[in-house]
Design a protein around this ligand. Structure first.
Ligand SMILES: CC(C)(COP(=O)(O)OP(=O)(O)OC[C@H]1O[C@@H](n2cnc3c(N)ncnc32)[C@H](O)[C@@H]1OP(=O)(O)O)[C@@H](O)C(=O)NCCC(=O)NCCS
Length: 174
């Protein structure tokens, strides 16, 4: 890690942001993940990192009732964690996720968080205690149900194993 900075990190409801800022955050997501043709749900909260009036990192948060096997489960979701390229490898993603995970545990009080990601990004989350789930993950797209071909990961807020069974995100993915 090179330069050390102290950004301001905040978790905020998406519907309290100004329309231009919300649009900016959505465009940032699409720019970063532009090769990804999957249609995504919009976050209900954002964890944002700001430094000297620039937003340098963003992460979406939502919660959803999903199905695991035959069991309904309420989980929180992390989506589109992104740091501006010139601010990477300074610990900003760690700071944002610390705040997002605290918010999820203390405010949303879900037993698990779930995210889907590219295989190359999994080591970053594994280091933070997230676990790779081998069950198949399905979600809705305009064209019908889609089986996700990359990595599904969960974070346990309780000391209970993730149940077995295929995962249905019951809507668009995040
Ligand atoms: C992945 C990403 C969010 C990491 O952000 P960052 O601010 O550079 O990460 P940090 O500096 O907080 O690093 C956190 C840890 O992960 C490691 N790490 C950072 N980037 C990594 C990567 N691409 N692959 C594997 N490990 C990585 C760091 O070495 C660090 O480890 P440490 O805590 O043991 O020192 C950033 O590279 C990014 O925006 N990438 C493009 C978008 C993306 O792929 N997002 C993930 C969506 S699922």
């Amino acid at each position: 890690m090179g330069r050390v900075i102290q950004p301001y990190i905040v978790v905020t409801r998406a519907n309290t942001l100004t329309e231009p800022l919300r649009q900016y955050l959505e465009e940032w997501f699409h720019r970063e993940f532009e090769n990804n043709s999957i249609e995504h749900d919009k976050p209900r909260w954002y964890a944002l990192a700001r430094f000297e009036n620039i937003f340098i990192g963003r992460c979406g948060i939502l919660n959803r009732k999903i199905m695991v096997g035959n069991h309904p489960m309420r989980v929180s979701g992390i989506s589109g964690l992104t740091i501006l390229p010139e601010w990477r490898r300074m610990g900003i993603a760690n700071l944002i996720l610390n705040q997002a995970e605290t918010f999820i545990t203390q405010e949303l009080k879900t037993e698990y968080s779930l995210l889907i990601c590219r295989d190359e990004t999994a080591p970053f989350y594994l280091k933070r205690g997230w676990e790779r789930i081998d069950s198949a993950t399905y979600f809705a797209q305009n064209s019908g149900m889609y089986r996700f071909k990359k990595t599904t990961m969960i974070f346990r807020c309780v000391h209970r194993q993730w149940p077995p069974g295929d995962i249905d995100l019951c809507g668009l993915p995040w």
